[in-house]
Design a protein around this ligand. Structure first.
Ligand code: NAD
Ligand code: MG
Length: 364
């Protein structure tokens, strides 16, 4: 097992927390026990993940006399809303869960975001643990404390920063994850290499085939290095007033693709892959990286089986959709671009003709 610590206060305080990564660690409740104020937990999952892993986790906790309440939500991004959040509150209140009752998220990013927000707000905050079961959740959403739900007028518009007490990444859970979901997670792994870790980028170029083929050692190493990167970014800028924004490489275009195509048609990671290639093309037009760099990026995504060409929604539609992004400031779209391979930069001075040329020439 590998352990990374997310250090949140300058003095290692109670908000710092471990990320444990390993095979079959769902069955090691010691990883939770030392951080549980009460031997009582609620485990929140969904109709797909609960039949696969709920009993394994409950019986492991039960062996240490931890009483658990399962709460099972409907599956899917369309349920990441106030109504589903209310199902969690209903169950917690009906079972008289107290301030010391911990809440465990067992599932992908949707379950993690909903559960985290429930934990942040139930009784003004109860202890919360992440047990991510998708690759995307293991390398991205379970680390860093962003929690929340969607509003009919926008994705992730209601939420809170609320850190978990521990993140337990059991790589065995990936065995049941469909290939398409796995590849969507790889898109976010590649992102860390591109924005801040050139050595990791080179490692990924060598190991991408093994990663796609689910080689166990390569998988653990890719997750570990991703979590180290995410932890460092979050430690430096927990509430996204600066460097955390670099994590949005490919996301401004990506969100426009997801929204423009209709949510669910493209997976988030797929839209991020095609969006990152657009960001790379734009970076080249801004004279930051060169065409060989752009080809390297395209090649890596292609080998990961991710889409490399963004759909042609029309320039005006892209600009309209990108204007809806949470990250727009004072009406200016802020693009994350690549200054060089392994280093990203935020720019709000992209000339509209360069943006238009990129969208006209590089979508299809
Ligand atoms: P998801 O949670 O919808 O999971 C994808 C699908 O896989 C679902 O059908 C799920 O039930 C299923 N699944 C989960 N684990 C499985 C397993 N082990 N075996 C088989 N099937 C399994 O999607 P996701 O990609 O994990 O997360 C996307 C969500 O995460 C979005 O809502 C996004 O906004 C959010 N997100 C949050 C952050 C953050 O910092 N909080 C970061 C990135 C993404
Ligand atoms: Mg993302």
């Amino acid at each position: 097992m590998q352990t990374i610590t997310v250090m949140l206060d300058s003095v290692p305080g109670e908000r710092s927390y471990p990320i444990h990564i390993g095979e079959d660690i769902l069955c090691q409740p010691e990883l939770f026990l030392e951080r549980l104020p009460q031997k009582r937990v609620a485990i929140i999952s969904n109709t797909v993940v609960a039949p696969l892993y709920m009993e394994r986790l409950r019986s492991a906790l039960g062996r240490h006399n931890v009483v658990s309440l399962p709460i099972i939500l409907p599956d899917g991004e369309e349920h990441k809303n106030l109504q589903t959040l209310n199902l969690i509150y209903d169950a917690l209140l009906a079972h008289r869960c107290e301030r010391g009752t911990s809440i465990i998220a067992l599932g992908g990013g949707v379950v993690g975001d909903l559960t985290g927000f429930a934990a942040a707000t139930y009784l003004r905050g109860v202890p919360f643990f992440q047990v991510p079961t998708t690759l995307l959740a293991q390398v991205d959403s379970s680390v860093g404390g962003k929690t929340g739900i969607n509003h009919p007028l926008g994705k992730n518009m209601i939420g809170a920063f609320y850190q978990p007490r521990a993140v337990i990444v059991d790589t065995v859970t990936l065995d049941t994850l469909p290939d398409r979901e796995l590849r969507a997670g790889i898109a976010e792994i590649i992102k860390y290499g591109l924005i801040r870790d050139p050595a990791f980028l080179e490692w990924l170029e060598k190991n991408i085939a093994g990663l796609v083929a689910r080689d166990a050692e390569i998988m653990v190493e890719a997750i570990r290095r991703s979590c180290v990167n995410k932890a460092e970014v979050v430690e430096a800028d927990e509430r996204e007033s600066g460097g955390r924004a670099l994590l949005n490489l490919g996301h401004t275009f990506g969100h426009a693709i997801e929204n423009g195509m209709g949510y669910g048609v493209w997976l988030h990671g797929e839209a991020v892959a095609a969006g990152t290639i657009l960001a790379a093309e734009l970076s080249q037009r801004m004279h930051l990286i060169n065409s060989i760099d752009v080809e390297r990026i395209r090649n890596l995504y292609a080998q990961a089986g991710l889409p490399c060409v963004a759909p042609n929604l029309g320039t005006a539609e892209y600009v309209r959709l990108m204007g809806l992004d949470k990250k727009v400031e004072g009406g200016k779209i802020r693009f994350v671009l690549l200054e060089r391979m392994g280093k990203a930069v935020v720019r709000s001075d992209v000339p509209s003709n360069m943006l238009a040329a990129t969208l006209a020439e590089c979508t299809g």
